[in-house]
Structures are given as structure tokens and as C-alpha cells.
Design a protein around this ligand. Structure first.
Ligand code: NAD
Ligand code: MG
Length: 389
């Protein structure tokens, strides 16, 4: 490669953002950080700016941005701070950015991810909610912009790694895919006791270290539900071509079952730096910092069906995919409200599913042809979920 890839990390203070910077730090000859962004953690973004010296730092909230600007100036940093609602999409489409890591959490990441897609960027998509909310509109933006879409979600990266580079051959090749799920912290807890689950218990994931919202999604398996929807779009599959298996050891990250019944799997230690490194370097491979998988000391690999009583939320994904377009947007919005209420002590853990399924039944999607229409639908679903609380 002649010139370093110029990378913009959206959500740089989050779990994926920090891991992305960790991989980039190992390859200063290949990557240059040109923009970082965060929502509210000024201290952390300040430290990142002082370390990485990006041209731009983006904070959508003006107050936080002003504080960052002052403190960067005091530290003698030349980094320019951008603020306001449109700044994230502007930076994602900036001509001096080659690669966008979309690692914002939630539907807030939709507009910047679509902006990066339309601008034809190399788009590393961690923000699964963007594709769940954006669906057909998002994929059309990727197509029209000529963007290179690289999945970062570990399961989707696994599937992607098991497929040839030529996307045109995927349809002929795939019989179905199997997304693996760890089963989260409550895989073997008595379902009758799920009402008593506290936020800290739900966030204590056995295999992965993640942000709090996504950790709760892992405990309810709504994370896997969103990943089923994500896979439908990324790999252009029918809902019935996507299956889920619980695999508690999180060693096999997912599998492709080919037409000839050959099964391809991607294995490794559970470390997000592997899919991040692959997204950054595709089609090459670079070191990621992940530990070596030692199969001789690995516990034997096991698989289980996802129990519908314990994990009722999982099945909402297929239901939403078969319902009118926009139903996946409704499901995601309801879930964001329900999880937030749970984390703030306003909703019982076992009621998250009730809010999600009721919203799916009550909110009629309508128009889904623009970001504005999707965000309006998202807002309607959130308002309805809030009423249900
Ligand atoms: P996180 O909560 O640790 O970090 C989120 C980042 O987004 C932070 O930098 C935060 O400042 C920023 N942010 C939050 N709300 C924002 C808003 N409204 N506008 C702009 N910025 C905002 O989350 P995470 O665990 O890093 O996950 C990020 C995304 O990656 C999620 O969509 C998640 O589902 C996906 N993902 C995460 C993992 C993982 O292991 N952490 C794995 C697969 C996929
Ligand atoms: Mg995942």
C-alpha cells in the first residue's frame, strides 16, 4: 500500500472504538487516525486526541464540544472540534477520510453510516442497529455509493471470512448460515428467577467484554435477534436461511453451510480485535493482538438449541423480517427504550420482551424510503414503548 489508510473512528471512546485504536496502534505504517468522535466523555476523547493527534474530533452535543475545544487549546493541540447534529455524517463523508469505523451504539449511528456508504468509503460496520434500522435503504446506499462494506460484528465477520471475495457468487453458494450465540450469563439460570435480574448481573458476560446496552442484549438474546436481521441484509438471505445455535465456549464465531453441505466455520479466541483487524486489512491479514487459540487446552465445543421460554426475544427477529418493511426498525427502537429502562431500574428484566413484542404488534411502519422516514418511525416506536413502560 502506497499511502496510509486515513481512518475515522465514530464512537472512539466505546468498547469497539478503543479496540480499533488498539489494532491501529500496532500498524502505524498502514493507518492514520484523522477523526475521532464521542457523545459525552470529554476526558476520554481529550486523552485520545492528545495521543492520536487527529485533524478532527466530533462531539454532537455543543456543550461537550465547547469543553473539549477549550481543553485541547489549553494543551496546545491543533485538533479541530466539530459539533452539532450533522457533524457525524459530515465527517463520515469527508474527502480526507478513506475508512470509517461505525462504532456508535444505537440508531444514532444510522445517518453517519449512510453518509459513509453514499460517499463510497471503506465502511467497517460494528453498529448493528444502523443496518437493522436502515435495512433496504442502507444497502441501497452502499450499492449506489460503491462503498466497501465490511462486517465487524464477530458472527458476521466470521461468515464473511468463510465466503469468497466475489459477492456475486454468494447466492449460489449458501444453503444457510448458522450464527453462534454464547447464551449470555443466564443460559442455565432458572427462567422463573429472571424477574430478579439486576443490571450488573445482566452486564457480567461470561466470554466478551462489551458496553452495557449490548451486554443486556446478550443476556436477553435480543443481540442475536438483531444479528439475524443484520445477516439478512449483509448476506442477502431469506429469513429461513438464518439459524442460531447456542455455543457456550464462543470459539466458533459462526458457520456457512454450503449447497453441497460442506460446513465452513471461523474459529478463534473471543477478541473483537480479530474482526476489527480483518475489516481494516481486508483482503490482507495483519496482526490483531489477539491471543492464540490452543485447541489442545480448549474445553470441548458444545452446542444447544436456544430455549424459547428463556429467550423469547430471539424469535422476534424472524417475525419482524417477515412483517412489513420497517418492523425491524420498530423492534430495535422498542428494545433500546426497554433496555434503557431496565438499566435505570424502571423495568424488570423479564419485561423487556413484553415491551418489544407489544410494540411490534402495535406500531404500523408505513414509509421507509428515507433516513427521515426511518428516524420518524424510530421515534414513533420509542414513544409507544415509553408509554408501555
Ligand atoms: P459502547 O457503549 O462501549 O460505545 C459507544 C460509543 O458510541 C461511545 O464512543 C459513545 O460516546 C458513542 N455514542 C453513544 N451514543 C451516541 C450518540 N447518540 N451519538 C454519537 N455517539 C454516540 O458500545 P460498544 O460496545 O463499543 O458497541 C458499539 C456498536 O458496536 C454497537 O452497535 C454494538 O452493537 C456493536 N458491537 C459491539 C461489540 C462489542 O464487543 N463491544 C461486538 C459487536 C458489535
Ligand atoms: Mg456479535
Amino acid at each position: 500500500m502506497n499511502r496510509r489508510q486515513r481512518v475515522c473512528v465514530l464512537g472512539s471512546t466505546g468498547s469497539i472504538g478503543v479496540n480499533t485504536l488498539d489494532v491501529i496502534a500496532r500498524h502505524p505504517d498502514r493507518y492514520e487516525v484523522v477523526a475521532l468522535s464521542a457523545m459525552s466523555r470529554v476526558d476520554e476523547l481529550l486523552q485520545q486526541c492528545l495521543t492520536w493527534k487527529p485533524r478532527f474530533a466530533v462531539m454532537p452535543l455543543r456543550g461537550a464540544a465547547a469543553e473539549l475545544r477549550t481543553r485541547l487549546r489549553e494543551a496546545g493541540s491543533p485538533t479541530e472540534v466539530l459539533d452539532g447534529a450533522a457533524a457525524l455524517a459530515d465527517i463520515a463523508a469527508h474527502p480526507d477520510v478513506d475508512t470509517v469505523m461505525a462504532a456508535i451504539v444505537g440508531a444514532a449511528g444510522l445517518a453517519p453510516a449512510i453518509a459513509a456508504a453514499r460517499a463510497g468509503k471503506r465502511l467497517l460496520l460494528a453498529n448493528k442497529e444502523a443496518i437493522v434500522v436502515g435495512g433496504a435503504l442502507f444497502m441501497a446506499a452502499v450499492e449506489q455509493g460503491g462503498a466497501t462494506l465490511l462486517p465487524i460484528d464477530s458472527e458476521h465477520s466470521a461468515i464473511f471470512q468463510c465466503l469468497p471475495e466475489d459477492r456475486a457468487t454468494w447466492h449460489e453458494r449458501i444453503d444457510h448460515i448458522v450464527l453462534t450465540a454464547s447464551g449470555g450469563p443466564f443460559r442455565s439460570r432458572d427462567p422463573k428467577t429472571l424477574a430478579d435480574v439486576t443490571p450488573d448481573q445482566a452486564c457480567a458476560h461470561p466470554n466478551w467484554v462489551m458496553g452495557r446496552k449490548i451486554s443486556v442484549d446478550s443476556a436477553t438474546m435480543m443481540k442475536k435477534a438483531l444479528e439475524v436481521i443484520e445477516a439478512r441484509w449483509l448476506f442477502n438471505l431469506a429469513p429461513e436461511q438464518i439459524r442460531v445455535l447456542i455455543h457456550p465456549q464462543s470459539i466458533i464465531h459462526s458457520m456457512v453451510v454450503c449447497r453441497d453441505q460442506s460446513v465452513l466455520a471461523q474459529l478463534g479466541t473471543p477478541d473483537m480485535r480479530v474482526p476489527i483487524a480483518y475489516g481494516l486489512s481486508f483482503p490482507e491479514r495483519i496482526t490483531s493482538g489477539a491471543g492464540r487459540l490452543d485447541l489442545l487446552t480448549t474445553p470441548s465445543l458444545s452446542f444447544e438449541e436456544a430455549d424459547a421460554v428463556r429467550f423469547p426475544g430471539l424469535h422476534l427477529s424472524w417475525q419482524a423480517l417477515k412483517a412489513p418493511e420497517g418492523s425491524t426498525t420498530v423492534l430495535n427502537a422498542a428494545n433500546e427504550i426497554a433496555v434503557d429502562a431496565f438499566l435505570n431500574g424502571r423495568l424488570r428484566f423479564d419485561r423487556i420482551h413484553a415491551v418489544n413484542s407489544q410494540c411490534l404488534a402495535d406500531v404500523q411502519p408505513g414509509d421507509c424510503a428515507s433516513i427521515e422516514a426511518l428516524l420518524d418511525l424510530d421515534a414513533r416506536a420509542r414513544a409507544h414503548a415509553t408509554r408501555l413502560l
